[in-house]
Design a protein around this ligand. Structure first.
Ligand SMILES: *Cc1c(COP(=O)(O)O)cnc(C)c1O
Length: 388
């Protein structure tokens, strides 16, 4: 059995646990050094200046590359730094097609920053093949996928979009934050580059910000490496180490949190107050078939509608377990209200068109006991029902 054949459960341990050659310490050391001594005037060593690479970050970058079945991995200070770096492989005059359900920060980057450098864009419903086909231009270089999407959990068929993109000479970039490589491997499904906000599930404990990129082929890897070093938004050594620690438990967290989420979604469907549940792990969900064909589960985020902003306000006041906050993907459950948090900048019409209705709640399900999570929601729903 070779290292490549290990299952993800083994790989998350083996790729993050790299004994130090000097001391034998089983975890990679946090090398607090900005520069590395060159022992020979004519032959320089592997590392010179820590922005270009360092031993701690290297272990992390190799780990994520292995987990995503790619050739090269890259670590950045935030998810947005990773996304910016990936999209700056485009040149002036190029065009990118993005899912209309893209993360808000990516929307802002593309519409307010990249346009200044002559990079054009079109947002489409990637589930609509005709709309996607019509969006290709001669200068289209990238199709940008994010699946399942935030906060309505819409699923994009990565195989189908990749085949179409490649027919048109475009690459596919996939934001895999909601799934992690444990649940979904976009490169195996046809994508060329994978992005993570490692701030979420990969780190898993709401204790750091980080971004990752993995490339499928060497050439794209070289382009990303050049930009990582040139733009310099690299991840520091302490956060690299903490993220390695987080990744060690990502498989067990994703399995448990996905199971919790499916149970919660099923229960929510039976509640009178709930008018809609978005979760691609539910057989009744529009995205179920595609999700099941490309991912191991529906993941650990769902959203549901309880009719009105006032109901959501009461829900937030009455719930005792989830933290009311932005962000997701942690050991603790986190509840958020997209219309006033992640999607506050979108106008009402645009929000409603995307299914982000006034009664929508996003729930990132943590590792608490599922019976407690249900009981907590149940008592809050009872209080709202008694008000009405
Ligand atoms: C949070 C998030 C990002 C941005 O990552 P940061 O680490 O906050 O910069 C990008 N994509 C998705 C899907 C996210 O959830």
């Amino acid at each position: 059995m070779t290292k490549e054949n290990f299952s993800d459960w083994t790989k998350v341990i083996k790729t993050t646990t790299k004994p130090d050659k000097e001391s034998g310490a089983i975890n990679p050391p946090i090398q607090m050094s900005s520069t590395f001594e060159q022992r020979d005037f004519d032959h320089f060593g592997k590392w010179d200046y820590a922005r270009s690479g360092n031993p701690t970050r290297d272990v992390l970058e190799d780990s994520i590359a292995s987990l995503e079945h790619g050739t090269r991995g890259f670590a950045f200070a935030t998810g947005m730094a990773a996304i910016s770096t990936a999209l700056l492989t485009l040149n002036q005059g190029d065009h990118v097609i993005l899912t209309k359900n893209v993360y808000g920060g990516t929307f802002r980057l593309v519409t307010e920053v990249l346009v200044k450098y002559g990079i054009d864009y079109t947002f489409v419903d990637l589930g609509d093949e005709a709309e996607l086909k019509a969006a290709f231009q001669d200068n289209t270089k990238v199709v940008y996928v994010e699946t399942p999407s935030n906060p309505t959990l819409q699923v994009t068929d990565i195989r189908q979009v990749s085949a179409l993109a490649h027919d048109h000479g475009a690459l596919v970039f996939a934001d895999n934050t909601f799934m992690t490589p444990v649940l979904q491997k976009p490169l195996d499904l046809g994508a060329d580059l994978v992005i993570h906000s490692a701030t979420k599930f990969l780190a898993g404990h709401s204790d750091l910000l980080a971004g990752l990129i993995v490339t499928k082929d060497e050439d794209l890897g070289n382009q990303v490496y050049f930009l990582q070093n040139a733009m310099g938004a690299t991840l520091g050594v302490s956060d690299s180490w903490l993220l390695l620690r987080g990744i060690k438990t990502v498989a067990v967290r994703m399995e448990k949190e996905s199971a919790n989420t499916l149970e919660l979604a099923t229960w929510l469907e039976s509640q009178d107050l709930v008018t809609k549940v978005n979760y691609p792990g539910l057989a009744s969900d529009a995205g179920f078939a595609v999700q099941s064909s490309q991912a191991q589960s529906g993941g650990a985020v769902l959203s549901f509608d309880i009719g009105s902003e006032d109901n959501v306000r009461q829900l937030v006041e009455h719930l005792e377990i989830p933290i009311f906050s932005v962000s997701l993907g942690a050991v603790e459950s986190i509840i958020s209200y997209p219309p006033k948090m992640s999607h506050a900048e979108m106008n009402t019409e645009e929000r409603h068109a995307r299914g982000i209705t006034d009664g929508l709640v996003r729930y990132s399900v943590g590792l608490e006991d599922i019976e407690d999570l249900k009981a907590d929601l149940s008592q809050a729903f009872d209080k709202i029902n008694n008000q009405q």
